[in-house]
Design a protein around this ligand. Structure first.
Ligand code: ANZ
Ligand code: ZN
Length: 845
């Protein structure tokens, strides 16, 4: 290759790597292992620049670790179940399975040219029966261990699509696809007992030091640990069996400002009242129409229904508070009942104002009169008018602690820790997911499928011409005999939430074809994932569910205890952005144009000037997308990789520009030209050799450190610098060749194809992919040397050059071995030897 020509070179090296089988992960007990994983993609059919960035980063780490002596596991798979496949089948016909596998084939073909160091022998899709069969085995083990259970729960029901919707799929009270008004329904659903692990999942976040702080914070907030008081009101005039109402409060310090109690529309007391009172029934029915999410409830107008029942205040039994049913009280948080203190809670204030309830402050600001509601941060000192401890001025935090202590010592309730995290509902009334492997038998109830009958396969012969779950109307699949008693029974037709599939795939990669979910020896060797890389959009659910599954897999014997936290280090990369090009049509509506349709600020075909909107995340709707394949076709994969690593720190957004891509290509071409020149040079060694050797070692040191620190842009910058240094250097040919070989090694994680080409040209041994990572010689890194004059008997006679930080005793030794000093002393010890640090050496002979 005399000209830099990635089009032939890249395919050639990819074939050579495959031939040499260099990316197959090997369980080698003699070597340390390194497991690097990028979040596996959903097979939408097209890879985009976000994928390119994500996989390139993982690839840099994988290649670097492999060169550094680690046995590397760098797998890839497909998060392949989910709604889009089913929607495609409904809209365009065809089968979700065909759609999915053909997309996988397409995407894999698009990924291959990137030259990623992936062990493709471990590839799987979560819709492979082999994978989901093991997921079913895992489910059965979790069922046996009590980690999964059934209960009746409120769900968002889309009456047109006949399916349950997640909260995010309900938009303004309507189904996101059908647009139908969503109903709240009570259905029996499967749940993972993740809330049992809430405390542990929250506390263990402290130990995840190699995770971004913001991700830990997001998880912590989602789990939502709070400390408060649980106590019971005694009731007046309540139906039988309801003489107590338990409440949970995080502000027991405000108890003396209580003006009402409120229960959830789903509270047992509300249900009891509903049976006899049509007004209650109507109110409760109305509440159920709003979505089930906390957010929906937060936004909805606060509504209450006065039940006529009262409760006694715990500190003054003659003080009675009315009991309302209120739409903002959730049944599955705390105890589904509250007391309201309108003076110090905005929601209670709105409620009390609406229903004419008293509003009595418990504390005031230190300096001014209180404007109600007064809701200062808990850490702020305030003046208590009606508190529980002697101190008038204290923070909310201190007052809460004092109130809990006071209540406990008076036998009114107990300090408790509560979590916002709910159990994870995994049932989906969908076809394209992992079947839940149980059977419903009239005689035996819920019966687990026998393990030897796994996988419970999805039937292929289904159609999507009717709404609802095709499994429900597939008699030969649905109707089975009970695995326990043999009488006619029905398969569970719900499938699992696709988050289940991605909650343990990292464990399966350690032994993708094992006849059990994992293989102990393999899991022991490969776990944990040393470096996980992905998008911040998965910072909450996916990571939390994975952390739960790792614990569940430990309990069920499928993962070692050390893997309770499966991801040692997490990196969340920034987005790839691009300018948006817009014109307007005759009715002033925006029209967007692809970057390739625009030149010099004008639409190529029409000459119309475009309005340029600043860079934003690449998105099809705004057409600010660049197709990785077209970039590879134009410049090669190495250019795409180099550019996407070069411009910004990996955690920040990177703006894709045509000029940037071109500059990257130019640089790589220059490196190649320099390599060709260097290879044929015959220049003799010069005085410049040492300087170039030093620069080379400094580059080794810096690139190594910056790759280790995930600062790939800095590694790239250093390689630019080394290229310039080499180009300008007048060192001899041999030294230059040595530098060029090191350059090939240092750039091989980023631009692996060009690196192989350069390495070969300069007679590197074997392929650079298998060459050990270069080591910087610490002695050559010491740039900070200094020259000290040596005075002998007051006269300057010589000098020495030493590292600036050399200890005095070492300098003395060097002085005594100086030629002139040795001559003058003639074998005798000096009378005096004084080193003035940084200045001068005095020798008295
Ligand atoms: C009395 C009170 C007075 C409260 C006050 C707040 C301010 P966090 O902190 O998010 O955990 N609450 C308790 N259970 C509830 C439920 N099932 N549905 C709706 N709200 C509920 O929230 C705890 C606070 O939210 C509790 O403290 C309770 O109101 C309310 F000035 O009790 B508080
Ligand atoms: Zn049975």
């Amino acid at each position: 290759m005399s000209r830099y020509d990635p089009s032939t070179s890249e395919a050639k090296w990819q074939a050579a790597w495959a031939e040499a089988d260099v990316f197959t992960a090997r369980h080698d007990p003699a070597r340390p292992k390194y497991y690097v994983l990028e979040m596996f993609p959903y097979p939408s059919g097209r890879i985009h620049m976000g994928h390119v960035r994500n996989y390139t980063m993982g690839d840099v780490v994988a290649r670097y670790k492999s060169s550094s002596g680690f046995s590397v596991l760098h797998p890839m798979g497909w998060d392949a179940f989910g709604m889009p496949a089913e929607n495609a089948a409904m809209e365009r016909g065809g089968h979700p399975k065909e759609w999915t596998y053909s997309n996988i084939a397409d995407m894999k073909a698009q990924m291959k040219p990137l030259g990623l160091s992936i062990d493709w022998s471990r590839e799987f899709a979560t819709c492979d029966p082999e994978y989901y069969g093991q997921q079913q085995a895992l489910f059965l083990d979790m069922l046996e261990a009590g980690l999964v259970y059934r209960k009746s729960a409120q769900v968002n029901w889309d009456p047109v699509d006949m399916t349950v919707l997640a909260n995010e799929q309900v938009i303004d009270g309507r189904g996101w696809r059908s647009g139908a008004l969503v109903e709240r329904r009570e259905l029996t659903q499967w749940f993972f007992r993740i809330s049992d692990f809430a405390g542990e999942l929250s506390q263990a976040l402290d130990g995840l030091e190699k995770w971004p702080e913001k991700v830990r914070l997001m998880q912590r907030n989602w789990i939502g640990e709070s400390k408060g008081l649980r106590f019971a009101f005694s009731t007046v005039d309540a139906p039988e069996g309801h003489d107590r109402i338990e409440v949970y409060t995080t502000r027991p310090d405000t108890l003396m400002g209580a003006s009402f109690a409120a229960i959830s529309p789903d509270h047992p007391l509300a249900k009891a009242l509903e049976r006899h009172d049509p007004d209650v029934a109507a109110f409760v029915e109305d509440c159920r129409r709003t979505g089930t999410s906390e957010e929906a409830l937060e936004k909805a107008e606060k509504k209450g229904f006065d039940t006529g029942i009262r409760v006694r205040h715990p500190f003054d039994t003659s003080w009675e508070l009315p009991v309302y049913i209120a739409n903002f009280v959730l049944m599955d948080y705390g105890s589904g009942a509250i007391f309201g203190c309108p003076a110090h809670d905005a929601r209670d204030f709105e409620f009390a104002t609406k229903y004419g309830l008293p509003i009595e402050p418990v504390f005031e600001p230190l300096d001014a009169a209180a404007e109600l509601p007064f809701v200062p941060p808990k850490s702020e000192p305030v003046r208590y008018i009606r508190g529980f401890s002697g101190d008038e001025v204290q923070t909310g935090e201190a007052a809460v602690a004092a109130a809990v202590a006071f209540c406990e010592s008076n036998g009114v309730g107990q300090g408790v820790t509560n979590y916002r995290l709910r159990d994870w509902g995994l049932s989906r009334q969908r076809y394209w997911g992992c079947p839940i492997p149980v059977v419903h038998c009239a005689a035996c109830g819920v019966v687990p499928e026998r393990k030897e009958n796994l996988p419970v396969r999805l039937p292929d012969d289904v159609t999507f011409d009717q709404p609802g779950n095709p499994l429900d109307r597939h008699p030969t699949w649905r109707d089975v005999s009970c695995p326990s008693c043999g009488s006619p029974a029905r398969r569970e037709t719900d499938t699992m939430d696709t988050f289940v599939d991605s909650s343990w795939y990292y464990a399966r990669f350690t032994a993708p074809h094992a006849p059990t979910p994992t293989d102990k020896a393999e899991a022991d060797y490969w776990m944990n994932v040393d470096q996980y890389i992905g998008g911040i959009e998965h910072a909450i659910l996916h990571l939390l569910y994975s952390r739960f599954f790792a614990r569940a897999m430990n309990i069920t014997g499928h993962l070692p205890a050390k893997a309770a936290e499966p991801f040692d280090a997490l990196f969340t990369q920034g987005m790839v952005t691009h300018e948006i090009y817009m014109t307007r049509d005759e009715r002033d509506r925006p029209v967007y144009h692809l970057p390739e349709e625009v030149e010099n600020g004008r639409v190529k075909t029409t000459g119309e000037a475009v309005h340029i909107i600043p860079s934003a995340k690449m998105s099809k709707s705004k057409k600010n997308v660049v197709d990785p394949l077209s970039i590879i076709a134009e410049f090669g994969a190495d250019t795409a990789r180099w550019f996407i690593l070069s411009d910004s720190p990996p955690e920040r957004d990177v703006e894709w520009t045509a000029a940037g891509a071109e500059a990257a290509f130019k640089h790589l071409s220059r490196v190649w030209r320099l390599a060709v020149e260097t290879a044929s040079s015959e220049a003799a060694p010069t005085a410049e050799d040492e300087a170039l050797i030093r620069a080379t070692h400094r580059a080794i040191d810096e690139v190594t450190r910056t790759i280790d620190g995930f600062a790939f842009n800095k590694a790239v910058a250093k390689l630019y610098e080394l290229t310039n240094t080499l180009a300008r250097s007048t060192a001899g040919a041999e030294t230059k060749r040595q530098t060029m070989r090191v350059m090939a090694q240092l750039m091989s994680p980023m631009v692996p194809h060009l690196a192989e080409e350069v390495w070969t040209l300069l007679d590197g041994e074997g392929m650079v992919v298998s060459a050990p990572w270069p080591k910087a010689d610490p002695a050559l890194l010491v740039e900070d040397s200094m020259t000290l004059p040596i005075q002998i008997n007051g006269k300057r006679r010589s000098e020495i050059t030493v590292p600036r930080d050399m200890p005095q005793s070492e300098v003395e030794k060097l002085v005594l071995s100086d030629e002139t000093v040795v001559k003058v002393l003639g074998g005798a010890a000096p009378k005096k030897l004084i080193v003035v640090p940084g200045r001068i050496v005095n020798v008295v002979a």
